[in-house]
Design a protein around this ligand. Structure first.
Ligand SMILES: [Zn+2]
Length: 438
């Protein structure tokens, strides 16, 4: 891994200032009815996720009458007026979620300016972008205008929200960088597969529009190895690696079976990878005109357990690129393991209901939580003070706990001093005389 240097504009303070600048540009539908800045509502909710509070109400209970929190919200998040829990929900419910995408772009621009993006460079200057869907709200009673609905046999209904996410991953990095979210809408279809296919198409075209110059290699699961989706990817000038299964693609697997495929065996850390490939194979009988490059990996673990994986790509496969392509293909899991699971199990309360609203609140909360996660990931990647604080606390959940306690107790003027104080706590004593220095 290349060495990292601290970059001033990648500090939490600078990042949050850039995020705030983008959020200030969001159209405020209630502007005429209030003089309360929408940005303060958005940044307060972002602070709630940054500090990993369990609910808006708990956050409100803490900041009401607490001078330290108000001071810290101003110095660390730029919040001038802290809105009430109810008011914050009302305001955020009106915001069109897509407008929050620019804040993710602001973070990516900061990483580019800080010259840290090359850490994620993959084959031929591409960035691997893993894309997948996940659910973040489910209820049998609470619902809004945008909830997806499921009808049950007994006549009852349940309601849920899901979103598609696109995240930059790298085989050698545990850090991931969320790029884009796309809520799955009621009109995307009645089945999980329809929903993912339709929202994924929308996500890919928005992603390309927002990052016209970025060389992206999209990695997706086997749901997407179909003709129309591959045509969409190619029309948007994406490179791709997609899982493929014999079911539904028999012609391709027969073709490969009947050919003398080039192959290579790689041994790494006790594992054996038997790799084989074939360029320019017709995708299937319904799309013989779509030519793809097929590759396979048979992995044998140190204990002798065998697993077989197969993919298609439009990147030319050679003896030099095959091993890297396989590693890239398998880093697709980082969207599950390093993103969704982290949000669910590392203190972010991902599946918790932070407020549902009548229109957009649920999606806005999803966006803001992912944004808080992105800021944390960037800190973990390149902020030495954050890294020191995390090392001291050992686990992320412990760090979030400590941050909440300190936020509540001390007047803090910068993120650097905040993290440094957690890393090397000052000796404090309550009562007359303080610490006996003798
Ligand atoms: Zn809803």
């Amino acid at each position: 891994m290349k060495t990292l240097k601290a970059r001033k504009h990648l500090s939490a303070g600078s990042l949050l200032a850039s995020v705030r600048k983008r959020l200030e540009k969001i159209k405020d539908p209630l502007l005429d009815k209030t003089n309360y800045p929408l940005t303060d509502c958005l940044m307060s909710a972002l602070a709630m996720f940054g500090l990993k509070y369990r609910s808006l109400l708990q956050f409100e209970e803490h900041y009401l009458g607490n001078k330290q929190i108000r001071h810290n919200l101003k110095t660390l998040y730029g919040v001038e007026q802290v809105p009430s829990d109810t008011y914050m929900r009302e305001r955020l419910d009106e915001v069109e979620p897509g407008q929050l995408r620019s804040a993710f772009k602001a973070c990516l621009s900061a990483i580019q300016r800080g010259k840290q993006l090359p850490l994620f460079e993959f084959l031929d200057g591409h960035y691997l972008v893993s894309s997948d869907g996940t659910g973040f709200f489910h209820s049998n009673s609470i619902h809004c205008d945008n909830c997806c609905e499921k009808s049950h046999k007994d006549g009852s209904k349940s309601y849920y929200h899901q979103m598609m996410c696109a995240v930059i991953v790298h085989p050698s990095q545990s850090i991931v960088l969320p790029l884009m979210l796309e809520p799955i809408l009621k009109q995307d279809g009645g089945t999980k597969n329809d929903c993912e296919r339709n929202s994924s198409k929308r996500l890919l075209s928005t992603l390309r529009r927002m990052h016209p110059q970025l060389k992206m290699m999209i990695v997706e699961d086997a749901l997407h190895s179909n003709g129309p989706h591959i045509e969409t990817l190619e029309s948007l000038d994406y490179t791709y690696i997609i899982g493929i299964k014999p079911e539904g693609n028999k012609a391709l697997f027969d073709w490969v079976k009947g050919s003398a495929c080039p192959s290579r065996t790689v041994h790494r850390e006790g594992y054996t990878y038997e790799l084989s490939w074939m360029n320019n194979v017709p995708l299937n009988d319904s799309h013989p005109d779509i030519l793809v490059n097929f590759f396979e990996c048979i992995e044998t673990s140190p204990k002798g357990k065998k697993q077989r994986f197969t993919w298609v790509t439009n990147f030319v496969i050679t003896e030099e690129t095959i091993y890297e392509l396989m590693r890239g293909a398998r880093s697709r899991w980082k969207i599950e393991n390093e993103t969704f699971n982290t949000l669910k199990t590392q203190g972010y309360h991902f599946e918790h209901n932070f407020g549902h609203g009548y229109k957009n609140l649920s999606s806005i909360m999803g966006y803001l939580m992912m944004l808080a996660f992105l800021v944390d990931q960037i800190q973990q990647l390149c902020c030495p003070q954050f890294q020191a604080a995390l090392k001291k606390c050992k686990r992320r959940i412990r760090l979030w706990e400590k941050m909440r306690n300190w936020f509540l107790t001390f007047f803090i003027d910068s993120w650097e001093t905040f993290f440094l104080a957690i890393a090397t706590p000052p000796e404090l004593a309550l009562g007359v005389g303080g610490i006996d220095s003798g």
